[in-house]
Design a protein around this ligand. Sequence first.
Ligand SMILES: Cc1ncc(COP(=O)(O)O)c(C=O)c1O
Length: 435
Amino acid sequence: MNRGLSNRGIKASKTIMRVDMEAYFEAIQNLYDKNENPNGTFPLNMAENKLSWHLLKDKIQAISREKDIPEWVAGYTSGKGSSSFREAAAHFLSECLAGIDLDPELLAFSAGATSVVEMTALVLGDEGDVMAVPAPCYPVYKQDVANIANMERYDIITHHDISEIKNGLILNIDHLEHTKKEIESQGKRFKMLALTNPDNPTGGLFSYKKLLEVAEWCIENEVHLIVNEIYGLSLIDTTHPAIAADYSSELPFVSFIQIMKDKQSDYLHWWYSLSKDFGISGFRMGATYSYNEAFINAYENINYSHLTSNYTQWIMEEVFKDLDFVKKYIATNQRLLTEAYVIVIQKLRELNIEYVPSRGSLFIWADFSKFLTENTLEAERAFWSLFYEKTGILLTPGEGFGHTKRGLYRIVYPFFGSEALEVAMKRLENFVKNN
Ligand SMILES: Cc1ncc(COP(=O)(O)O)c(C=O)c1O
């Protein structure tokens, strides 16, 4: 029964956003608390950083208390976001992420990266066109490019075992050529390639050299390359003595905006969001940047339904104007992320659970395949449920990440403070010792 819905509506009514969403909402009703709920749950599946909100909250409360709301907040603004907000945001991005000046006119904002991906797909792709991503990759891209633009997702398989990417992410020109051939052999167009840097779920980084090589291939083949730097400021201190041995070489994060500025190509674009680096997914603020003016104009003209509210823009404009505060926030946040990361890594090492050493993001991509009863999706699902039942820890299932190997799960380490995270790790240890 379609109950009067469109074909699109019927499909949407039956497609859950992600397989672990229901379990997450159940788990947060029963959260662990040392005093109030010591047997409670640890949802370590949702990409949220809870470590630094207290810092930002104080700042935002002070702004709300002390500042007068400007007139423009109540009215319509540009479809890219208000000009004063974009100026403050461009300055923040130049100073804290990109290392070079950004032009606020080439910057547009929507309600979170989810909206930005949807809008980008709508502007760049036609129905049936394909966006490729290296696997494993953020599951929800699949819906984001399909919901409105009706584009498809293609997962590029670059490796099978975690051990192959311990020293860095893999993506070479052969993979891109093969992807192009495969997509075209199905009568479809390879329209977009999206890279997440730092990566979700592996925490790996693409080097400047690699990004340049891929960008040049994309320009030559007229494939739009978009680099999503949503975790660009959530970097791990890889020199920390407890984890330094995991990294055979230094690999600094370099923003893709530098390559975009050099190339000035219509085929290179950038995505960002405040959801992760600032722990404010509820603010719904994502961004895109591009030197392709036709892309930005199209985006502006159809973005009203996706725009972040002016009130939120104003609050963040005031935050960005205080760059001393923002820089201190970023430094503290990175320190807290590293401390939490170390707690989990030390336990995984002790228990001989393989993981990909992360350089950034909120994740550890770990291999629990030895606990699976067989190498199947059913066994992977069964382990995920069993593990939650026995430990109260909800992992992100590997299902939907588009990867070939079963038994890989994602751990979100900054959802709880150190003390609680230690308790979660103790429960993991007890599980491993009894299974
Ligand atoms: C790679 C990536 N892109 C986009 C999003 C969605 O972000 P937002 O909450 O800003 O819509 C996420 C959230 O986990 C993500 O990991």
